[in-house]
Design a protein. Structure first.
Ligand code: NZQ
Ligand code: ZN
Length: 395
């Protein structure tokens, strides 16, 4: 295990009915809020009106900023900054999925940033200048997936260049000040996005489980616990979106998976995410759908280099028998079970199912190159276990 420091400044208010606290919480941070939403789902579900009502009751004036797209773009974020500044808002409230929360974090940081916003983001070959301050951010997630409500990451598609690239900014300054997590707000998430969220939650812990250093038995057990919980409650949430118990467990799993607790000390890299971000930058693939395709494929490749760890996963999470068997065989059986699980909840598991159209070998090389343009080690490979060359990514 590596040495580490852990600090998570987000105050988490969790549980069914928590939305009622939004007004009281927001009133502590000022009188006027920029309320950031996506493309209409929260209005259709009645969540927007409920939020307005509690904010109004607490004397908080609201300026609406709507239209944040799934896979949010820098141009949209900059429009949000303009609205915020014109209206002199004191805080940013993100009411929506991970895309809305990420956009809200970026707006809150860019509003106080003097330099070029592009410089804040992680791009290979240069040192990013992450934001040192941000306006207070209140995250009210309506979809369980990214864990953005309790971490210091905002993933944005930089659409100001010739080719869009999707990459995070990471900073202690953009942890939401408060996360109000009311699992009831997620009951209207359709089956497909519920399933994509499940694929994302699992990927967050498997990325650190398989790509980190050894000697992390507690982190391993945390990660396995997250996956086992999601395997149990995920299908229930997909089957019946109104199953509040399932929605609650999935939401808590999504937060635990990426608030740092599971992967501290592992020095984990996120190669599957890096490849997926290329797909969602170029084709607007939903993040979790891209991961559902890429994660098992990557696992089949990486298991050859790390069979013991994959066999441990197969045995502990999927109950694959390991006695007297070759670890790689056990590992592959576990990965196949994982892939079957993803299929059973309706996730795509092949590139051809992502709606990109015909995929040529040339495209695969192009995606690999674009991924390495954003993220690479000093030998030009995508960091992880094993580090991936362009050819490895294509494979
Ligand atoms: O746009 P609206 O109308 O809001 O509809 C959204 C969108 O179509 C809909 N939705 C959200 N809540 C709903 C709902 N529909 C019905 N009822 C509700 N209660 O769901 C669709 C997907 O929303 P989106 O926010 O895009 O999904 P998700 O939460 O999966 O977020 C994905 C984004 O987060 C980034 C991804 O790359 C992607 O851009 N990530 C952020 C991370 C972080 N900040 O830590 C880490 C992740 O690995 C990830 O990269
Ligand atoms: Zn993710």
């Amino acid at each position: 295990m590596m040495k580490f420091e852990y600090y998570n400044p987000t105050r988490l208010i969790f549980g069914v009915g928590s939305l009622e606290k939004l007004g009281e919480v927001a009133s502590k941070y000022g009188k006027k809020a920029l309320l950031v939403i996506g493309r209409g789902s929260v209005k259709k579900a009645g969540i927007f009106d409920r939020a307005l009502e509690v904010l109004k009751k607490a004397g908080v004036e609201v300026v609406e900023f709507s239209g944040v797209e799934s896979n949010p773009r820098l141009s949209t974020v900059l429009r949000g900054v303009k609205v915020l500044k014109e209206n002199k808002c004191d805080m940013v409230i993100g009411l929506g999925g991970g895309s809305v929360i990420d956009a809200s974090k970026a707006i809150a940081a860019i509003a106080l940033y003097e330099g070029n916003p592009r410089d804040m983001f992680i791009i290979a070959g240069r040192t990013p200048k992450p934001p040192e301050k941000a306006l207070p951010i209140i995250a009210v997630p309506t979809l369980a997936a990214t864990g953005s409500e309790m971490n210091g990451t905002a993933v944005i598609t930089l659409d100001d260049g010739e080719i869009p690239i999707k990459t995070p900014m990471k900073s202690g300054a953009i942890y939401p000040t408060v996360a109000i997590v009311d699992p009831e707000l997620t009951v209207t998430v359709p089956k497909n996005y519920t399933a994509y969220g499940i694929a994302d939650i699992i990927a967050h812990v498997t990325e650190s489980y398989f790509n980190g250093v050894g000697g992390t038995p507690i982190q391993d057990r945390f990660a396995e616990g997250v996956v086992i919980t999601v395997l149990e409650y995920g299908p229930r949430a997909v089957e019946n979106g109104r199953d509040l118990e399932a929605r609650t467990q999935i939401h808590w799993a999504s937060i635990v998976a990426l608030n740092g607790w599971v992967n501290v000390g592992t020095y984990a890299q996120f190669p599957v995410h890096a490849i997926e971000h290329t797909l969602s930058a170029l084709y607007d693939v939903p993040h979790g759908a891209g991961l559902a395709v890429l994660n098992p494929a990557w696992m089949k490749f990486a298991a050859r280099y790390n069979p013991q760890k994959f066999a441990q996963f197969a045995q502990r999470v999927f109950g694959v028998s390991s006695e007297g068997r070759d670890p790689l065989e056990v590992a592959l059986e576990g990965i196949n079970r994982f892939e079957e699980f993803l299929r059973s909840i309706g996730c795509p598991t092949r590139l051809s199912e992502l709606g990109i159209g015909e995929i040529t070998e040339e495209m695969l090389y192009d995606w690999a190159e674009k991924t390495l343009e954003v993220r690479r080690d000093n030998q030009g490979r995508l960091p992880g276990i094993p580090p991936l060359s362009k050819e490895d990514i294509v494979e």
